[in-house]
Design a protein around this ligand. Structure first.
Ligand SMILES: *Cc1c(COP(=O)(O)O)cnc(C)c1O
Length: 377
């Protein structure tokens, strides 16, 4: 059996090695490391994949969120509604820009923003909502967009874990996550569903004026070289990463299919176990399974993690401390929040290995060990 990893990027690379190596060699020989054809081509390809008008590349997913908030002109003190149950990047950039994060509870089934809770959190200072398509399941965008429209709010989708996910709206139209809000942000961190071989990120939008501003913010606030219209930052996807992503993007749907098949196999195996809740799939979202996350009830989770580790099975807790309980947010009033669902999930979730190379032999081994531990008296 191949050693089990949370994500197996070595074997994934072996399948595309010749193409990748040739592209990288071309870039090294031409010494076109920054900007240029590979980067422009990838941006076009990414927009087309999303059926969106514009895609703007940048250095990583965290920057994509920050650049979006800067480009939308959010000002210190503006309130931004975000889940607390997310990766730190989502909430950190809000604080970095001295905006006020307003932490809202999630739905226990989807792990995504609960629209009713979003509604309750709105004040005259609210300027934006940041739904996170956590683990690869879409947030309930119809409701979120409706609330945003009612209150004239920006919607910044954190699509770092959701890239490739299809959302079916109430009027039965199908959208890629990241294209329904004002702007969608994604990450190409190596372990993400579309990962490069270093850092990378992007924003997609259908608004041409916003696309211009996003591009400008990512490039020191300039449209014309050395004429800086606004304060920006330096955030670039480099040519090698773009070349790698251009090769991998056409494979993304196949990668997602492999993840979904692995998830189906886990689902079937765990279906009869009362202490395990397998990932929910809302009718409006297909699931791209960036993570395969179980909710455990009446199981010693730390014991399970240790038992799996002893048997060379990695597992992860995404995330062990929700944002509102992080020291980072103490001065932003984090401790005053009561988010029972977030706290409940934080204590019960566990993510198992899921990736494009996972085989049945590995999955059977993982399943056997999980069930053996969970079912012991
Ligand atoms: C990975 C991730 C990010 C940040 O992406 P980086 O490229 O690592 O900066 C943001 N939000 C979520 C939900 C993520 O999973």
């Amino acid at each position: 059996m191949y050693p089990i990893q949370m994500v197996d990027l070595q074997r994934q690379y072996q399948r595309i090695k010749d193409q990748i190596d040739a592209s990288l060699k071309d870039i090294m020989e031409k010494a076109t490391f920054i900007g240029g054809k590979y980067v422009n081509d990838f941006a076009e390809q990414l927009a087309a994949y999303h059926n969106a008008k514009h895609a703007i590349t940048c250095a990583n997913g965290t920057d994509a969120l920050q650049i979006s908030m800067m480009a939308l002109g959010l000002q210190p003190g503006d309130e931004v509604i975000t889940p607390s149950f997310t990766y730190v990047a989502t909430t950190e950039v809000i604080a970095l820009l001295r905006l006020q994060p307003v932490f809202v509870d999630v739905d226990p089934k989807t792990f995504c923003l609960d629209p009713e809770e979003v509604r309750k959190a709105i004040t005259p200072k609210t300027k934006a909502i940041v739904p996170v398509h956590l683990y690869g399941h879409a947030a309930p965008m119809d409701e979120i967009l409706e609330i945003a429209k009612e209150h004239n709010l920006f919607v910044i989708e954190d699509n770092a874990q959701g890239i490739g996910c299809d959302y079916t709206s109430k009027d039965k139209r199908v959208y890629k996550t990241g294209t329904m809000g004002t702007v969608g942000c994604t990450s190409f961190f190596p372990s993400k569903n579309l990962g490069c071989y270093g850092d990378g990120g992007a924003m997609v939008t259908n608004n041409p004026a916003l696309a211009e501003t996003l591009k400008m913010v990512a490039n020191h606030g300039q449209k014309t070289r050395y004429y800086h219209e606004m304060v920006g930052c330096n955030s670039r996807l480099d040519a090698m990463q773009a070349a790698i992503l251009s090769i991998k993007l056409p494979l993304l749907d196949g990668y997602i299919k492999a993840r979904r098949e692995a998830a189906d196999y886990y689902d079937t195996a765990f279906a009869a176990c009362e202490k395990i809740t397998t990932p929910y799939r809302a009718p409006y979202s297909n699931h791209v399974f960036h993570q395969y996350t179980l909710v455990l009830e009446g199981v010693d989770r730390d014991g399970l993690v240790a038992y799996l580790a002893e048997n060379k099975i990695p597992s992860m807790i995404y995330y062990p401390v929700p944002a509102h309980k992080q020291k980072m947010f103490a001065s932003f009033g984090g401790a005053k929040y009561s988010l029972p669902v977030t706290d409940w999930l934080t204590e019960r979730v566990i993510s198992l290995p899921i990736h494009t190379e996972l085989d049945k032999e590995q999955q059977d081994y993982i399943i056997d060990h999980v069930l053996k531990f969970v079912n012991k008296a």
